[in-house]
Design a protein around this ligand. Structure first.
Ligand code: SF4
Length: 286
């Protein structure tokens, strides 16, 4: 249930944001343009203080909600990982964050941004990366589809569609988009959100903030409870919902010890950040 809620929110955001990039008429921007405005890095660069403060507060209270359901690149990796899981049927395990790599990438990102080397900075920026992919790889396919409909509609005597020109706006940008797409797909296919856990500057900042969040996920050994869990952090970021439900249903367990008959069940442990009075809450992945 928890996973379905997270995935549903994520898929809706991913679909709408992708349509924003594909829509050449500008119609959708009037309805869903706000989704582009609540993206973390664009909001920071646009000095949209209200959105940035809201996202920071959300992260401070509930953890990385933004990464879980709002960032299109994160959900895109989830989709690739899900397809990879279906094909390979090989689980991958939890892997710790590579702090040196993450903070090094964040430092390069900030330095290049301040120095005005925006081309390098946008290589790291998640929303820019996804926008580049959608614009350069997805939009031509979308436009071909539109032209096909326009052709068929015209032959049927309807002019509901009209043909548009398709061209590659910039060959270097197209190559960067294609390379980013292939690398992200391969990484996500093999091991989930690797980009998120290594070089994404937004993920590093939000991950740092979420260390002090009111509610926080911890993963407890034994390993038998962990193996086969595909994406701990992605699902865990929405676990505050379960915390509320779990406390109501009194499904709190003794620090993650599986109940009899649940030995094989996949579990995560949720724990409010270091407050002695808080309880550990065990939740189950669907
Ligand atoms: S870590 Fe970066 S790419 Fe991953 S979901 Fe968060 S913001 Fe998006």
């Amino acid at each position: 249930m928890l996973r379905k809620i997270r995935l549903t929110c994520g898929i809706i955001c991913l679909t709408l944001i992708t349509l924003l990039f594909l829509d050449f008429t500008g119609t959708l921007h009037g309805w869903f343009g706000w989704l582009a405005k609540i993206q973390f890095l664009p909001a920071v660069l646009a000095l949209n203080v209200g959105v940035v403060v809201l996202l920071i507060i959300l992260t401070g209270v509930f953890g990385r909600i933004y990464c879980s359901g709002i960032c299109p690149l994160g959900v895109f990796q989830d989709v690739a990982a899900w397809i990879g899981k279906k094909r390979k049927k090989l689980p991958y395990s939890y892997s710790p964050a590579l702090s040196l790599l993450r903070y090094g990438a964040l430092a390069i990102f900030i330095i290049t941004l301040v120095a005005g080397v925006s081309f390098i900075a946008t290589l790291f920026a998640p929303y820019s990366a996804y926008g580049r992919i959608a614009n350069n790889l997805f939009q031509p396919i979308w436009l071909w589809g539109n032209n096909l409909f326009a052709h068929l509609a015209e032959r049927a005597g309807s002019y509901a569609f009209y043909e548009v020109d398709i061209w590659i706006k910039s060959l270097p940008t197209f190559i960067v988009a294609a390379a980013t797409f292939v690398i992200l797909i391969l990484l996500a296919w093999r091991n989930g959100r690797t980009y998120c856990n290594t070089i994404c500057p937004v993920g590093t900042v939000l991950g740092f903030l979420s260390r002090y969040s009111l509610f926080r996920i911890i993963v407890k050994r034994p390993a038998s409870m962990l193996k086969n869990i595909r994406s701990i952090t992605a699902d865990a970021w929405f676990a505050w919902i379960v915390l509320v439900n779990a406390s109501r249903k009194r499904s709190v367990t003794n620090c993650g010890q599986p109940r009899p008959g649940q030995q094989k069940q996949k579990k995560m442990l949720m724990q409010p950040h270091p407050r002695k009075s808080m309880k550990h809450v065990a939740i189950s992945l669907p």
